[in-house]
Write a protein that binds this ligand. Structure first.
Ligand code: HEC
Length: 102
């Protein structure tokens, strides 16, 4: 503690020059493997996911029962509930929206 106080007195109040940065290493963002990827909607995968995951909490809904706008709203809530990742969500949505058009 005494050493620290002495240090502060002798060094603490002397004006310090702004350090000059001679070279700077710009950190490169770590490669997390999360490169942007285009997810190609796969209706067959969507159908399987839908059948396996969307009927766990309630009866499997009829895709034709809701409009696309309504589905967008519903899926925003249900995809996380079904613990689907982004890609799975895209597939399920493609499957459901195809069902509307039939
Ligand atoms: C963890 C349980 C759970 C899972 C999994 C789940 N849901 Fe639901 N779902 C609910 C609950 C609870 C409701 C009642 C409404 C609410 O609370 O939002 C609901 C309501 C709905 C409705 C009615 C919405 C409305 O506006 O009338 C639809 C359609 C639906 N879910 C579709 C799906 C689809 C599609 C999936 C798969 C992607 C899914 N759900 C997965 C729990 C779940």
């Amino acid at each position: 503690m005494v050493a620290f106080a002495t240090f502060s007195i002798t060094w603490g109040c002397t004006p310090k020059a702004v350090p000059v940065i001679h070279d700077r290493v710009v950190p490169v963002a770590a490669n997390t493997g999360a490169a942007p990827v285009t997810i190609r909607p796969d209706i067959e995968k969507g159908k399987i996911l839908f059948n396996n995951r969307c009927g766990r909490c309630h009866a499997l809904p009829d895709p034709a029962a809701y409009s696309e706008t309504r589905w967008n709203f519903i899926l925003e809530r249900m995809i996380p509930r079904a613990r689907m990742d982004t890609a799975e969500g895209v597939h399920v949505k493609a499957f459901i929206l195809k069902g509307i058009q039939q």
